[in-house]
Ligand binder design. Structure first.
Ligand code: LCS
Length: 400
């Protein structure tokens, strides 16, 4: 390996949400709330960013941009950004889209918030599949749009879509939009082409527009393939796709993401209402990522593959009643510890108070997620080993 993913990088004094914001984000607690362990002692396996450094090719490009010394109002004018991202998409996903359909946003979540508002009338509804990344719900709540949930089916940790239920819900003429996660956070499923087609057909036949959030599409196990939903419907303008270098290259704080909008009407509203500036360092970083980041990503994926193999083996040995499958995508492990905890128990609080581990779980994923914890495995292996050790030790102690 060229890159050292075992390195532990000190994130203190960097205004990091991961290190400094967990009280507010996970527990809605004030910043000075006392927890039983000193902050330094916590193993942090919660928010979806990584403990790995962003690759040098990106940082070097940003340094070059810094040398230009002026950071005035900026947006993507140079067609090279589109060329870089298009090449990335074509070579990895076999998917192309015209330049006119690409806009950028300071994050996918801000784009979701905007798009719900642009697409839905006040009495219309948004459909999501649960468990879900909670910001999908927040995007609907923000515009006071009613949320409709379709629970995924769970067969011993393997998630599939409940097509009959999705269809029943899509038939409600008020359901206007589905925010779809492909690959899926938190289950880690890469939806196969047949699954995407069945899902897409149901939505489109029932006039439900789809936002396919594909932010996790680069972070898949080595050898697997991601299919953009929109690739399967080249004639449709009813699928908006979101992709970003933010998760892939650990640069979420740079707040830059891609939104591909084929629908002329929605694009017109976007152009009219979106505050259309970008951060100059973020554009540079994103372009460098797509042009030069492939090798680093290949190595990152191998490291993550190994972290998942390690976790699978460790949990199998030390927590045999937990249900855990190595996910096809994401760096997030989704683990059912129902054999060890009570229904409805506040799991993030339990592990923060008793095991010095920060993780997400239970109703943080909207619904259909009780007794599940989500572990972020994008960290040096030693950190992962310590986190798993503490989790298993606590649960085994309770089981006695
Ligand atoms: N969409 C999905 C499906 C995500 O999982 C995340 C981040 C985002 C969008 C965020 O996009 P951004 O606005 O940063 O471009 N997921 C996180 C998670 O599961 N925990 O912490 C962040």
């Amino acid at each position: 390996m060229t890159y050292n993913f075992d390195e532990v990088i000190d994130r203190k004094n960097s205004n990091s949400m991961n290190v400094d914001g967990w009280r507010e984000y996970i527990f809605h607690a004030p910043r000075d709330q006392k927890f039983p362990f000193p902050d330094d002692e916590y193993v942090r396996m919660w928010i979806a960013d990584m403990e790995f450094g962003t690759p040098d090719c990106i940082i070097d490009a940003m340094k070059e941009r810094l040398d230009k010394r002026i950071f005035g109002y900026t947006k993507v004018f140079d067609p090279q950004y589109y060329e870089a991202f298009l090449h990335w998409s074509k070579s990895r996903y076999g998917w192309e889209f015209p330049k006119e359909q690409l806009v950028t946003s300071p994050g996918i979540i801000p784009a979701l918030f905007e798009l719900v508002e642009y697409i839905c009338k006040p009495d219309e509804k948004v459909l999501i599949l649960t468990p879900s990344y909670a910001y999908f719900k927040h995007a609907a709540d923000h515009s006071h749009i009613e949320l409709v949930c379709s629970d995924l089916l769970n067969d011993n940790g393997y998630y599939t879509m409940d097509y009959a239920d999705i269809e029943a819900k899509a038939k409600d003429p008020k359901v206007k939009l589905c925010i779809f996660c492909n690959p899926h956070n938190p289950s880690g499923r890469i939806w196969a082409e047949e699954e995407l087609k069945r899902f897409g057909d149901i939505c489109l036949e029932n006039n439900v527009l789809i936002i396919s959030d594909e932010i996790h599409c680069d972070l898949i196990r080595t050898g697997l393939r991601h299919t953009p939903l929109a690739k399967l419907y080249p004639e449709s303008d009813q699928i908006i796709t979101c992709m970003a270098p933010s998760k892939t290259f650990n640069m979420a704080g740079l707040m830059f993401s891609n939104v591909i909008i084929p629908n002329a009407e929605i694009m017109e509203i976007w152009k009219d209402r979106h505050y259309d500036f970008d951060n100059p360092l973020s554009i540079t970083a994103a372009q460098a990522a797509y042009e030069q980041g492939g090798q680093w990503l290949a190595e990152l994926k191998l490291y993550l593959d190994e972290n998942f193999r390690f976790a699978k083996e460790y949990l199998g040995e030390h927590l045999p009643k937990a249900v855990f499958r190595i996910p096809e995508a994401t760096y997030l492990g989704w683990v059912d510890i129902g054999a060890y905890v009570e229904q409805g128990e506040d799991l993030p609080l339990l592990f923060a108070n008793e095991a010095a581990v920060l993780l997400e779980g239970g109703n943080m994923f909207v619904q259909n997620s009780d007794t599940y914890i989500r572990l972020n495995l994008a960290c040096p292996r030693a950190m992962l080993a310590e986190g798993l050790r503490r989790i298993c030790e606590l649960l085994n102690k309770r089981a006695k």
